[in-house]
Design a protein around this ligand. Structure first.
Ligand SMILES: Nc1ncnc2c1ncn2[C@@H]1O[C@H](COP(=O)(O)OP(=O)(O)OP(=O)(O)O)[C@@H](O)[C@H]1O
Length: 530
């Protein structure tokens, strides 16, 4: 192998009393897709912040192609070495693709697009800018209109624009931090195809994901971090799933592999179901879904599956009062719910885990305790007061209950790792002991072990006599459900009792089957799964 594109050696990083990285390191070769995995809080994002020049290590060294890393703050120099595509956009949503591609490059007349420069006073020539953007996108095979506003692009298109932007600055090393979190199955396929193509051209990737199957599908080598330390680096082909999970957790006896085909749950029989706690009847939200009906009973965990355009996320949000439907009815515990009213949904007993914890979930500079108890302030003191001691005690119970890794209850949530922030959002939704929990992609960013834990927690919630609706396109989230309702293009496409196979649910999410077809299949394959 030649000189690595990036090499971090003996890197240590502390945040106050927390040691986020302890003499850790990684080496990525040209044209390699290198996975970085580890449990929530293992130090992955911290390494990324050091490799992208956002923060400086307390000790250790970072080199790019054998050269020492640029000084922290020399943005232009870092841009030529590395870029990171985050789950959240780093491009400006109100600007066009072309404007974003050339942001901070004042002139497009210059020969080299790799350097920032030119006179700041030189007027921007829009037509030239758009033409140059079209050229650049074509160079990297990105099929996006340069005149389109970023806000109108899909997550996938936005990521392609960010990758093209990074490459145009000369970077040949790109960090992808959970890039598939907001993509559906087809989006992931297209992203991986593009990454493989770029990899063949010598571009190297550091790929961070909690979906271990993706690591096997895309990457050549994998590095495992645990508790701030480097544990191992190995070719993925030489490390089986159990060994990988064992390295991540430090425990032998790994959980069942994610993506296990045919894994089934016994399922709750109709006879064992309690009263209907959530009833959705003929619900319509123009542009998202139409005439959707479904019921979730006490004691049940129901999965609502669908790809990005299926409307399933909007349906969950409508139940939680985020959208006002045009027609139909929602009832909780037999009582009609006032549409489009978040406080009304909350007081009727709907607990909600939103899709985006950053936008809808957390107050970043407030403590874990304050965030986790936002929904239950009425229980924290007399006459509308909030007693800090009671807040902390309540929060401590939730921290234990959901296994949230935090130094203490008063730590700001911004100081928690992404997966642990997600657990705070779930804790907050469960704090009210809601009759109906609506959770949208609730295991987003959560590590394999914690995923099992959260899903088990939802089951316990149902077992305590409540109902849960899990909105997700991830089969791992759906496997433990009593029933799965699949949506396609705004309508219910099929419903599956426990015992479904991955292929059936995936086909229904892709619009390849209808309920009738499914029932026919069920009849012909009667007894095949139970
Ligand atoms: N700005 C910060 N202030 C204080 N502590 C921090 C800060 N950033 C990270 N930490 C701590 O450093 C440790 C490592 O966090 P990091 O975000 O790197 O984990 P991670 O492996 O990326 O986790 P996840 O999979 O949940 O995203 C955690 O204990 C976290 O709480």
């Amino acid at each position: 192998m030649g000189v690595p594109v990036v090499e971090a050696v003996g890197v240590t990083k502390r945040f106050g009393a927390t040691v986020a990285l302890r003499e850790a390191g990684i080496t990525v070769e040209a044209g390699e897709s290198h996975a970085l995995v580890g449990r929530n809080g293992a130090g992955k994002s911290t390494l990324v912040s050091l490799l992208t020049g956002l923060q400086q290590p307390d000790a250790g060294s970072i080199r790019f192609a054998g050269e020492p890393a640029p000084a922290v703050g020399d943005t232009a120099a870092w841009r030529g070495k590395v870029a990171c595509v985050y789950q959240r956009s780093t491009v400006v949503p109100d600007l066009t693709v072309a404007e974003n591609l050339f942001l901070n490059r004042q002139s497009v007349n210059r020969q080299s697009s790799n350097r920032q420069g030119g006179s700041a006073l030189r007027p921007i020539r829009w037509r030239a800018l758009r033409a140059r953007a079209a050229e650049l996108l074509a160079e990297y095979g990105v099929d996006v209109d340069p005149g389109a506003r970023i806000a109108r692009l899909t997550v996938e298109q936005r990521q392609f624009v960010e990758i093209a932007r990074a490459l145009s600055f000369g970077a040949r090393f790109i960090v992808l931090d959970e890039p598939t979190a907001k993509l559906d199955a087809r989006g992931i396929e297209r992203l991986f195809a593009k990454l493989r193509e770029l990899q063949a051209q010598g571009v190297a990737f550091l790929f961070i994901s909690h979906h271990l199957q993706e690591v096997y599908d895309l990457c050549t080598r994998v590095t495992v971090f645990r508790d701030a330390r480097h544990i191992l680096t190995a070719p993925v082909a030489e490390l089986g799933h159990d060994a990988l999970v064992e390295a991540m957790t430090g425990e032998s006896g790994a959980p069942a592999p994610a993506g296990t085909v045919g894994m089934v749950r016994a399922g709750r029989s109709d006879a064992g179901r309690g009263a209907a706690l959530l009833e959705v009847d003929g619900l319509t939200l123009p542009g998202s879904f139409a005439d959707v009906s479904l019921t979730v009973c006490a004691g049940e965990v129901v999965g609502l599956a669908g790809a990005t355009a299926s409307g399933c996320v909007q349906l969950g949000e409508t139940v939680a009062g985020l959208h006002r439907p045009r027609g139909g009815r929602i009832a909780v515990g037999g009582r009609g719910l006032r549409p489009g009213d978040i406080p009304a949904a909350l007081s009727a007993g709907v607990g909600f885990v939103p899709e985006d914890r950053h936008l809808q979930g957390l107050v970043a500079n407030r403590s874990v305790a304050e965030n986790a108890t936002l929904t239950v302030t009425d229980q924290l003191g007399p006459y509308g007061t909030v007693l800090p001691a009671r807040t902390r005690a309540f929060a401590r119970r939730m921290i234990d209950d959901l296994d949230i890794r935090t130094p203490d209850a008063v730590t700001p949530v911004a100081a928690l790792s992404g997966g642990n922030q997600q657990k705070v959002v779930v804790a907050r939704a469960l704090a009210t002991e809601p009759r109906v929990l609506v959770a949208i992609r609730p295991t987003n960013g959560v590590d394999v072990k914690s995923k099992e834990f959260l899903l088990g927690r939802f089951r316990r919630h149902a077992d305590e006599g409540h109902a849960a609706l899990i909105v997700s396109d991830e089969l791992d989230d759906l496997r433990g459900c009593d029933r799965v309702v699949a949506m396609f293009h705004g309508r219910v496409a099929a419903e599956f009792p426990a015992g479904w196979s991955d292929d059936q649910v995936v086909a229904a999410m892709e619009g390849l089957t209808t309920s009738e077809q499914h029932e026919t299949k069920e009849r012909s394959a009667h007894g095949g799964h139970d």
